[in-house]
Design a protein around this ligand. Structure first.
Ligand code: GDP
Ligand code: MN
Length: 391
């Protein structure tokens, strides 16, 4: 689950990382009011940033500065009018603009192959890190942190020195260890600060000093660990979740959309993969991976059918159920119910074996469904139906 910059920053703040203050605004007028408060606090400029779950907002015109409240309103409106990579901007973040001296990149990611957390840093921050990685891989410093003890101080110091942050050692060490701590505290897959910046900070009485601050934050949480952090569920942005993903999650289905034309409804991940393999071997392309899980009842089957049919490319459906805990007759009832409700008629081949397969067969026959006894046969029929739909 990806979370918005403002929410990611809240998590960083909770872990003690230095982040400039901010407010969220849903309208240009709200942005103006927020800006007034920051100007009253002494800000010379404010930064206004689109809150959308995509990178490269800066390049797309989603990050801008303003020098006074009325200008903030205009700029905020122009950003709220944007669509960035197809996503409409519904809110912005407003905060005092940082006076940036130099931008760095720092992130912690899960390195599954190494079974460790990988801390990555670069003195070439601000720009897209993928570009740096492709063009100058030596400009990226990598250090692995132990998953049990986290990043150790000497490792954080090494990162700091290699990035040329020796003059900011204390800040850099706190931030690097804080990133890994954030990763562990929330079971994140990714915690990325780009830019981590040296900024000029002026206080009322003293001279201008330079500090390190996290100016951007991107956090991806591990969906499989979310149950350990129920309070983070509220950070899910319903506006930005793919509608199909949401329906699948709410119905308790595992659904992954693919590019083919044959919708597959299967119970069990292994059987789903086998089914996809056999569809391919029969010359077809699966439109999805869909595991309706164990003990799927009629309503779940109907939800799965809606998801499959919502994909306009689907022109044939293959249902492959192995009844164990799942009862075949229950699935058959679900299919009959789903067909009665569905808006689009697509040829469907059903194979149900295992628990209550005989009862299922009777129900399906009465309802005039096309059935198949073996999986090879079912796959061949579904592929043939898909091909004749195109012809
Ligand atoms: P992204 O493009 O989606 O990654 O958005 P960022 O928050 O990283 O902003 C993009 C760029 O805008 C940064 O690399 C900075 O150069 C600039 N920027 C962001 N925040 C500030 C700020 O407070 N002050 C100034 N002067 N520039 C900023
Ligand atoms: Mn950024």
């Amino acid at each position: 689950m990806k979370i918005q910059e403002a929410d990611a920053k809240s998590l960083l703040v909770a872990q003690g990382l230095p982040v400039p203050p901010w407010e969220e605004a849903h309208t240009a007028a709200e942005a103006r009011e927020a800006a007034k408060r920051f100007f009253a606090d002494g800000a010379e400029q404010v930064v206004i940033k689109a809150q959308v779950l995509v990178g490269g907002r800066g390049k797309a015109g989603g990050v801008k500065l303003a020098g006074f409240a009325a200008q903030t309103e205009l700029v905020a409106q122009s950003i709220l009018d944007l669509e960035i990579k197809g996503i409409p901007v519904r809110k912005v973040l407003v905060g005092p603009a940082a006076d940036i001296v130099k931008e760095f990149y720092l992130s912690a990611v899960l390195d599954r192959a190494a079974r460790r957390i990988l801390l990555m840093g670069s003195a070439e921050g601000g720009v897209e890190i993928e570009q740096v990685a492709a063009e100058r891989p030596d400009a990226i410093v990598t250090i692995h942190a132990d998953p049990l003890i986290g990043l150790q101080a000497f490792q954080a110091r090494e990162m700091a020195f290699r990035l040329g942050l020796g003059a900011h050692l204390k800040d850099a060490v706190a931030i690097a260890t804080g990133l890994v701590r954030t990763m562990l505290a929330y079971d994140a897959d990714l915690v990325e600060i780009n830019p981590l910046a040296i900024v000029n900070v002026s206080s009322d009485d003293g001279p201008v000093t330079q500090r390190l601050q996290c100016l951007d934050a991107k956090i991806t949480l591990d969906d499989s660990a979310l149950h350990r952090h129920p309070e983070l569920e509220q950070l899910r942005d319903p506006d930005e979740e793919d509608p199909a993903d949401r329906e699948a999650r709410e119905a308790g289905l595992t659904f992954i959309k693919l590019d083919g034309t044959i919708g597959c409804m299967v119970n069990g991940a292994g059987l789903a993969m086998t089914t996809m393999d056999l569809v391919k071997r029969a010359g077809g392309e699966p439109a999805n991976f869909l595991d309706i899980g164990g003990g799927a009842r009629a309503d779940k089957v109907a939800a799965a059918m809606r998801l499959i049919l919502a994909d306009p490319k689907v022109n044939a459906i293959l249902v492959n159920i192995f009844g164990g805990i799942t009862r075949g007759d229950e699935v058959a009832r679900g299919l009959i119910e789903a067909r009665a409700q569905q808006e689009r008629d697509v040829p469907m081949v059903v194979r149900i074996v295992g628990t209550n397969a005989a009862e299922a067969a009777v129900l399906l026959e009465q309802a005039q469904f096309v059935t198949a006894a073996t999986l090879d046969e079912a796959a061949a029929q579904a592929v043939a139906a898909s091909k004749s739909a195109v012809a």
